[in-house]
Write a protein that binds this ligand. Structure first.
Ligand code: PLP
Length: 371
C-alpha cells in the first residue's frame, strides 16, 4: 500500500506546460514577464495594490521587518504557535521576540494578551501568524495595533485563500508574507511573496531583494542587499498553481469536514475551531487528543498511523518552548503548550483522494481503544 503524506506538492500537466513556456520564452532569470504577472495576480487575490515575488516566505518576513524599520534591540510581538521561520526573521534584524500565547477559539494570537502586552511595553512591530490556514482575529488585533501605533505584519504563509469577514488573508496590516514552499496550498517548489498597499515599499522590497543594486550601467551599491527575488520559471509555476487555488482550498476544506464527521465524536477529540466569520483553508487539519478522555494520546496515535504508512505530525512546538528562544519574554504559554502536547495534524493535501482519506480515518479509529 502506498504511503500517505501530510501535504505533498500537487502538480498538474498545466504546471509543466507553464514552466516549459517560460523556458522557451528565454526569460530564465530572477525577473521577467511571469514575475511581473504573478505579482499583479497575488496583489489582486490578497486585495492589495502591490505584490513582490521572492525566494521564500522567510525572505518576505525579513524584508517586511526591514521596511518597518525594525532593528537592533527592538522588541516584536509574535505568536508563539508558529514555525520557526517567523521568529528567525525577527532575529535576522537583531530584534527580540516577545511571545504571545494562542487563544483556544482559533489557536491564533490571543488578542487579550496582545492588549496586555501593548499596555506594558514599547514594540517595533506585531507579527501574528494565520495558523493552519485560519486568519488571526484581526477584528481585534488591527484596532489594537492602530491604537498603540504599532505596525502590523501578517504572516499569511499558511493562509493564502482564507478570509475573515470576507477580507482575504494577506490583506491585514501594513504588509503580509506568503509562502509557496513545497508543502503549501500553492507551491513554486520554494518561494514566497510580500504584499502591501504601499507602492514605495514594494519598490524598496524589490530593490533590497536584488542586492540593493542601484540603477546605473555599472554595479553601484550604497546599501546591503539580498538575493531574494523569485525566478521567472518559478513565477510561471506559481501562476499556473494560483489558477487552481479555489479547487485546492475546496478540497482541503472537504478533507476537514470529512475528518470532523468521522472522528469528531471520538472521546477526548477536538478539532481546531473555525471562528464565526472566518473561512479557513485548513491547510492542515489538526485535532487534539485529550488523554484522560481518549484512553490514548497524540503520540500513540501518531505512531499507530506511522505503522500503517500514514504520515501525521504533532502540532507546532511553540517557540517559547524551543531551546533557541529560551529565556525570551512570553505572555501566557499554557494554551499553545497543550496544543503541542495533544495536537496532531492529519494528511490534508489537495491531491489526497477520498479513498486515501478513508484509510486515514480507519487508521485513526483503530488507534482508539474500543469504547
Ligand atoms: C507560519 C509560517 N511562516 C513562515 C514560513 C516560511 O515560509 P518559507 O518556507 O517559504 O520560507 C512558513 C512555512 O514554511 C510558515 O508555516
Amino acid at each position: 500500500m502506498k504511503r500517505i503524506l501530510l501535504s505533498p506538492p500537487d502538480a498538474r500537466p498545466a504546471d509543466s506546460e507553464a514552466i516549459q513556456r517560460a523556458i522557451d520564452s528565454g526569460w530564465i532569470a530572477p525577473l521577467g514577464p511571469e514575475v511581473d504577472a504573478f505579482e499583479k495576480e497575488l496583489a489582486l487575490i490578497t486585495g492589495r495594490d502591490q505584490g513582490v515575488a521572492l525566494s521564500s516566505g522567510t525572505a518576505a518576513l525579513h524584508l517586511a521587518l526591514i521596511l518597518n524599520d525594525v532593528g537592533e534591540g527592538d522588541e516584536v510581538l509574535v505568536s508563539t504557535l508558529t514555525f520557526s521561520a517567523t521568529v528567525n526573521a525577527i532575529r535576522y534584524v537583531g530584534a527580540e521576540p516577545v511571545f504571545l500565547d494562542s487563544e483556544a477559539s482559533t489557536w491564533n494570537m490571543d488578542p487579550g494578551l496582545l492588549e496586555q502586552a501593548l499596555a506594558e511595553g514599547d514594540y517595533a512591530a506585531c507579527l501574528p501568524v494565520d495558523i493552519y490556514g485560519q486568519c488571526a482575529d484581526y477584528r481585534r488585533i488591527e484596532p489594537l495595533c492602530s491604537e498603540f501605533g504599532v505596525p502590523l505584519i501578517e504572516d499569511a504563509a499558511e493562509a493564502l485563500g482564507a478570509s475573515l469577514n470576507g477580507r482575504p488573508a494577506g490583506s491585514f496590516g501594513e504588509v503580509a508574507a506568503l509562502s509557496f514552499n513545497g508543502n503549501k496550498i500553492i507551491t513554486t517548489s520554494g518561494g514566497g511573496a510580500l504584499v502591501t498597499d504601499d507602492q514605495e515599499w514594494a519598490e524598496r522590497a524589490r530593490f533590497l531583494a536584488t542586492q540593493a543594486r542601484e540603477p546605473a550601467p555599472h554595479y553601484e551599491h550604497s546599501e546591503i542587499g539580498y538575493n531574494y527575488r523569485m525566478s521567472n520559471l518559478l513565477a510561471a509555476l506559481g501562476r499556473s498553481q494560483l489558477e487552481d487555488l479555489a479547487r485546492r482550498v475546496r478540497v482541503r476544506r472537504e478533507h476537514n469536514a470529512a475528518y470532523r464527521e468521522a472522528l469528531g465524536d471520538l472521546p477526548g477529540v477536538e478539532f481546531m475551531p473555525e471562528a464565526p466569520g472566518s473561512r479557513a483553508t485548513f491547510w492542515l487539519t489538526c485535532l487534539t487528543i485529550e488523554p484522560d478522555g481518549a484512553g490514548t494520546n497524540r503520540e500513540e496515535v501518531r505512531l499507530h498511523l506511522e505503522a500503517l504508512d500514514i504520515e501525521s505530525r504533532p502540532a507546532w512546538k511553540p517557540m517559547h518552548l524551543q531551546p533557541v528562544f529560551a529565556g525570551c519574554k512570553t505572555y501566557g504559554g499554557e494554551v499553545s503548550a497543550r496544543l503541542f502536547t495533544n495536537g496532531l495534524c492529519l494528511p490534508s493535501g489537495s491531491s489526497l483522494t477520498a479513498n486515501d482519506r478513508d484509510r486515514v480515518i480507519e487508521a485513526v479509529l483503530s488507534g482508539f481503544p474500543e469504547s
